[in-house]
Ligand binder design. Structure first.
Ligand code: HEM
Ligand SMILES: *[C@@H]1O[C@H](CO)[C@@H](O)[C@H](O)[C@H]1NC(C)=O
Ligand SMILES: *[C@@H]1O[C@H](CO)[C@@H](O)[C@H](O)[C@H]1NC(C)=O
Ligand SMILES: *[C@@H]1O[C@H](CO)[C@@H](O)[C@H](O)[C@H]1NC(C)=O
Ligand SMILES: *[C@@H]1O[C@H](CO)[C@@H](O)[C@H](O)[C@H]1NC(C)=O
Ligand SMILES: *[C@@H]1O[C@H](CO)[C@@H](O)[C@H](O)[C@H]1NC(C)=O
Length: 472
């Protein structure tokens, strides 16, 4: 029951500022079950339910708990083989081989001008040895020194920087940075590159391909980036951006819900028609929708969540913060991210699967999972994704993970799973914990350190692709 309330509320809060309510669009399209719609209507008329959502939005579940929170084994005992867990909202130290591991800490939330006049965080374009990758938000953080300007960073630095720079919650920032570390970093030192493989990242457990390496956290059909099949996946494709702007212009100049639903379907269709290796599996489902939700929840001006050209374009075209830009005032949390990502999928769904060698040979994912059902239940969706983090793409699990599974499992249990345990929203049962999927033993292709992501001045003709009319 709680789940449906939060699904509804995530939509309500996200679109409160003048955008069409996704619930009504989805209801009309017959995509939402009666129970969810009913909860939404209740929420609108019921301040007490709305209040409960505001609590969930701030996600206080873990913050005030003075007992250790973490996954449990079949006997109900805490299962934290390498330490960790959450106490009073803070991650606890790791032990054993991970005892030197630096952990992120909760940062002060609240509306704030970024970078403001902070002398340590002014723009400097990346130098010749600095790497940038597929994520415009990470690239911007590095351009302002919230991350190491080299683009070689750490799990803790990224998780802290997303709280500071974008007002994302501690939970979501830790979760995303944890995924990046798993996808491409060196676990023992917590180091990773925000681009591709890089000699400055130690390889203590095996090759570290970087956050932008394809197939783990990097997907086909990205907003502006090239599919890996066609070249460097960090390459910014101006035509994709222009088409994105075109769609936004038809949606009140906002890079919000409607724009991203339409553009996401369009990108899927084009990639499926042209890329013989197009693959939209479970990670596409999560990443493609989440990165789009982040556009209007993360790049918008925090004073009014305005996601217009002036606020969105500098991130994509310039990898700079817009002038006079404010980060969001309330932290954006994991439950909200899953809630909105699921709804975005439902607004313009596509079949999961991949092309096997040719564009005429699309093979749907043989799935025991009903994604339409899952997308409407963010708590279930979150548990399912986390349970399957290492299992969703057999053959893509890195050798380092397979060969040091206890270490990786210790990290996941101590640092990631506590956010999905026992917090009043997620109550995932991790006793049947995953093993890495069977692998053919190949390493994923290494990502490239990018020379293709846009930097200041790369697109001097920026003015010509402004919206035709000023958004209302
Ligand atoms: C620790 C936090 C984060 C990590 C590790 C991360 C990582 C990534 C990765 C690996 C991609 C590539 C996915 C793809 O192939 O399409 C990506 C794309 C993207 N990310 Fe992030 N991300 C993080 C947080 C954010 C936040 C907070 C925002 C917005 C405020 C954001 C905005 C985007 C956007 C818009 C894209 C799509 C880029 C494009 O295709 O043009 N990310 N991110
Ligand atoms: C930034 O990264 C570089 C390259 O890995 C490293 O040499 C340097 O010590 C880092 N700086 C800080 C302040 O961590
Ligand atoms: C790009 O960044 C530079 C340096 O901060 C700034 O002067 C310029 O106005 C930015 N352009 C856009 C479109 O944000
Ligand atoms: C963000 O909002 C503030 C306050 O309303 C405003 O002064 C500023 O111009 C806005 N920034 C952008 C880039 O629209
Ligand atoms: C998947 O779930 C949706 C929504 O619950 C339902 O309408 C649909 O029939 C299900 N599809 C399959 C193949 O079971
Ligand atoms: C958790 O899942 C296991 C099987 O993986 C099951 O035996 C157990 O009863 C479940 N626990 C709860 C509380 O549902």
């Amino acid at each position: 029951m709680k789940l449906s309330i939060i699904v509804s509320a995530a939509g309500l809060v996200g679109y409160a500022s003048g955008m069409a309510c996704p619930y009504h669009l989805l209801k009309r399209a017959g995509l939402l079950g009666a129970d969810v719609v009913e909860k939404f209507d209740q929420l609108k008329d019921n301040p007490e339910l709305a209040e409960r959502f505001i609590q969930a939005q701030n996600h206080p579940g873990h913050q005030k708990r003075d007992t250790l929170i973490g996954p449990r084994d079949t006997s109900g005992n805490l299962d934290l083989p390498l330490g960790g867990g959450l106490l009073n909202g803070h991650l606890q130290p790791l032990t054993g081989l991970l005892s030197g591991f630096l952990l992120p800490t909760p940062q002060l939330p609240g509306l704030k001008e970024i970078p403001g006049d902070d002398p340590d965080h002014q723009f400097q374009p990346p130098g010749p040895h600095d790497v940038r990758g597929t994520c415009p938000a990470s690239n911007a953080l590095a351009n302002y020194g919230y991350l190491n300007r080299s683009g070689i960073t750490t799990f803790a630095e990224v998780a802290d920087a997303f709280q500071t720079g974008f007002g994302f919650g501690f939970d979501l920032s830790v979760f995303l940075s944890g995924l990046a570390l798993l996808a491409g970093g060196d676990l023992l030192t917590g180091t990773y590159s925000i681009g591709g493989a890089d000699a400055r990242v130690p390889n203590t457990l095996g090759p570290a391909p970087g956050m932008s390496s394809h197939g783990v956290f990097e997907i086909d059909g990205s907003i502006t980036r090239e599919d890996t099949y066609f070249g460097n996946n960090a390459n910014f494709i101006l035509q994709r951006w222009d088409e994105y702007v075109e769609i936004a212009n038809r949606n009140g100049g906002q890079f919000g819900w409607e724009t991203n639903g339409e553009d996401n379907g369009y990108r899927y269709d084009l990639s499926r028609e042209t890329n013989p290796e197009f693959y939209a599996g479970a990670l596409w489902f999560a990443v493609s929708h989440a990165e789009r939700v982040f556009v209007w929840e993360g790049f918008a001006n925090g004073t009014d969540q305005n996601a217009d050209w002036n606020n969105i374009a500098p991130f994509f075209l310039n990898e700079t913060f817009p002038p006079n830009w404010y980060r969001r005032g309330t932290p954006f949390s994991i439950p909200q991210a899953f809630g909105e990502a699921g709804l975005l999928f439902l607004s313009n769904p596509r079949i999961l699967g991949g092309n096997e060698g040719s564009v005429d040979n699309f093979v749907p994912l043989p799935s025991a999972v009903n994604f339409t059902q899952l997308a409407g239940n963010p708590a279930e969706l979150g548990c399912w994704l986390v349970e399957n983090i290492l299992d969703v793409a057999p053959g893509q699990v890195r050798g380092a993970i397979r060969e040091n599974f206890d270490l990786y499992q210790g990290f996941l249990k101590g640092v990631i799973l506590p956010f999905f345990t026992d917090d009043g929203f997620f109550n995932c049962n991790f006793t049947g914990f995953f093993e890495p999927g069977n692998s053919e033993g190949e390493e994923p292709a290494l990502g490239l350190s990018s020379d293709g992501s846009p930097v200041n001045g790369a697109y001097p003709g920026i003015g010509v692709i402004k919206p035709h009319s000023e958004p209302s």
